[in-house]
Design a protein around this ligand. Structure first.
Ligand SMILES: NC(=O)c1ccc[n+]([C@@H]2O[C@H](COP(=O)([O-])OP(=O)(O)OC[C@H]3O[C@@H](n4cnc5c(N)ncnc54)[C@H](OP(=O)(O)O)[C@@H]3O)[C@@H](O)[C@H]2O)c1
Length: 262
């Protein structure tokens, strides 16, 4: 029998990971968490001022990073970003395909072509362009980790979230195809279904809106919202580590069991 290799969850120091949509919420939490583990991160977001704020935040906590304003729809720009990461650090090990734009909650009967285009262009298509940008470098080293983001609303078919839910199910489907196509290159691809929504609640929201938000957790098994850095990011880190090397094509709920309410 071969000697045990002790695949490790703490092997992340020195790795290089692109996180799209990392200027707030889950992406920022993932960037901060990975940074504290010694990962060198490329971070993107749409709004230049938020990208600058993120760069300052990461510098303050000593995270080696490249921050760039980049729309996830821009495939050529993503190739350039990943090229810059490779030029600076000599490797690209991971991708967290996290960016996606949203539209207000809308009944299916009123969904427009623009709504569908925005969700699909920034969801599955943006995820695919990001995957295509990192995979050549991962193939070179025969090692790579890709984590995509989906939503439990895609599984439950939540009313009002049609384009968002459908686009996220397309991301889960791409995740499985990518896992099949790139497994022999040493690349694993998995999808996380997170729940961490408090950062999306406007602090000035009225009492009714806050009550709706709190009610979401009334029957939630763990009874609370997830924290981007302390609840979601550690599972993403596991999926980016060597310890997850026999996990691919999977969907992992990181939602405190919230989906069981459905
Ligand atoms: N939060 C949840 O509970 C939850 C549940 C299920 C799934 N998810 C998924 O998890 C991911 C992150 O969610 P979140 O709540 O953290 O989102 P969020 O708070 O809305 O943050 C989205 C991030 O992505 C960036 N972004 C948005 N559109 C972009 C685009 N077209 N190109 C590049 N960057 C873009 C934003 O940058 P700007 O600020 O510059 O726009 C921001 O940094 C999303 O894919 C979402 O679908 C979240």
């Amino acid at each position: 029998m071969a000697a045990p290799t002790h695949a490790d969850v703490s092997d992340l120091a020195g790795r290089v990971v692109l996180i799209t949509g990392a200027t707030r919420g889950i992406g920022l939490g993932v960037a901060r968490h990975l940074g504290t583990l010694g990962v060198r991160v490329g971070v993107t977001g749409r709004k230049p001022e938020r990208v600058e704020e993120t760069a300052v935040t990461l510098s303050d906590v000593g995270v080696d990073h490249i921050a760039r304003a980049l729309d996830v729809r821009d495939g050529d720009g993503t190739v350039e970003m990943v090229g810059a990461m490779h030029e600076r650090w000599g490797r690209v090990d991971g991708l967290v395909a996290n960016a996606q734009s949203f539209r207000p909650v809308t009944p299916l009967a009123d969904v427009s072509a623009d709504d569908m285009d925005l969700l699909f262009d920034t969801g599955p298509k943006g995820t695919l362009w990001s995957m295509q940008a990192v995979v050549p470098f991962m193939r070179e080293r025969r090692w790579g980790r890709i984590v995509t983001m989906g939503t439990a609303l895609g599984l439950t078919g939540a009313a009002g979230y049609g384009p968002y839910a459908a686009s996220n199910e397309a991301i889960r489907s791409l995740t499985r195809t990518a896992a099949n196509e790139w497994g022999r290159d040493g690349i694993t691809v998995n999808c996380v279904l997170p729940a961490s929504a408090r950062h999306r609640l406007n602090p000035d929201a009225d009492a009714d809106r806050k009550a709706v938000f709190d009610a979401m957790y009334a029957e939630h098994p763990l009874g609370r919202d997830g924290d981007p850095e302390d609840d979601i990011a550690p599972v993403v880190a596991f999926l980016l580590s060597d310890a997850s090397r026999y996990v691919t094509g999977q969907t992992v709920g990181v939602d405190g069991g919230g989906i069981m309410r459905a």
